[in-house]
Design a protein around this ligand. Structure first.
Ligand SMILES: C[S@@+](CC[C@H](N)C(=O)[O-])C[C@H]1O[C@@H](n2cnc3c(N)ncnc32)[C@H](O)[C@@H]1O
Length: 297
């Protein structure tokens, strides 16, 4: 089965989803929580692979969460609105992008957000100090084709409608109802990238709060996986996480980075995935899944 995707989000874990999910080696009887959802790559891959009995898509950036609600519950509306925005740009795409960006900064319309993500440079959303979207358009592209948006939204809705909850808020609020039978996948904005002046995503990661949050999940026996830091060639990003969290580190081969390809270098990016003690314990007890996982194509 093909896994659908509809939000082209910089930092999406689409390509790593299969490798991440192979670290869950037991049948999850509860819900999968993705509190730093972005494009919700792990939720989509889990749902396509029938891992978990329900899904919680959370993010602190509320227009993104509103977009997820629409994709899941009103995919036809997303398709129609996106198509009308997309077609209206054709006379003057440059000026039109700026007009939609201004409107979005006033009204926070979720489908306008989808258009901005799809059309902006490297699909990398950026915000100024006032929280206004300020990324420029990539003028070589018109953004995801409306037909694709329709097809993917309908498929996602058929997988998630009636089985998912969308929550806007801080990750710990989102996770307040998570229990031992659930599983949590976390992909906070990287330390290595979020301290720059022009901030990625809408919010920065507070490392202390992340550590506190993980300690709390451990205390509650909630199994989780965390993508954090990483190395690329001789550069490494991020600090080690404290020993008292008892996390098991796994290196995932993320292939060559776009930068390395551009420079003709062979650096392989290794992304770190941390497994919580409750997850490691459940993996030991669980029956190893042997089936072929569905993949993004
Ligand atoms: C690295 S991106 C996640 C990408 C995602 N794994 C994917 O596949 O698209 C991090 C996300 O975390 C969100 N975020 C940042 N701080 C947060 C917080 N304290 N609580 C919840 N979400 C947060 C950002 O808005 C952003 O969408």
């Amino acid at each position: 089965m093909r896994i659908p995707h509809v939000i082209p989000y910089q930092g999406s874990k689409r390509k790593l989803a299969e490798k991440i999910l192979t670290n869950i080696e037991y049948d999850v009887t509860g819900r999968l929580y993705e509190p730093f959802a972005g494009s919700a790559a792990i939720t989509l891959a889990s749902a396509a692979n029938k891992m978990g009995v329900g899904y919680v898509i959370g993010d602190k950036f509320s227009p993104l969460v509103e977009l997820w609600k629409l994709i899941v519950n009103q995919p036809e509306y997303v398709a129609t609105q996106y198509s009308s925005i997309w077609h209206a740009q054709l006379d003057d795409p440059k000026a039109y992008f700026l007009k939609i960006r201004d409107e979005f900064n006033k009204d926070k319309d979720p489908v306008q957000f989808l258009y901005l993500v799809a059309r902006c440079v490297k699909n990398a959303i950026r915000f100024n100090g006032n929280g206004d979207f300020n990324q420029s358009a990539d003028n070589r592209r018109l953004g995801m084709n409306p037909k694709k948006v329709e097809k993917e939204s309908l498929m996602i809705s058929s997988m998630l409608k009636g089985k998912s909850e969308m929550i806007a808020g801080d990750f710990m609020e989102i996770l307040s109802s998570a229990a031992a039978e659930d599983i949590v996948y976390m992909d906070p904005p990287w330390q290595g990238t979020s301290n720059k002046k022009d901030s990625r995503y809408a919010y920065l990661l507070d490392l202390e709060l992340l550590i506190e949050g993980m300690a709390d999940l451990n205390k509650r026996g909630v199994p989780f996986l965390l993508s954090f830091d990483g190395t690329c060639g001789d550069k490494s990003y991020g600090k080690e996480l404290p020993d008292f969290l008892n996390l098991q580190k796994v290196g995932l081969d993320a292939g060559r980075s776009a930068q390395a390809i551009l420079l003709g270098r062979d650096d392989i990016t290794i992304e770190s995935l941390y497994l919580s003690p409750a997850l490691v314990e459940k993996n030991k007890l669980g029956i190893k899944r042997n089936e072929q996982l569905a993949i993004f194509s």
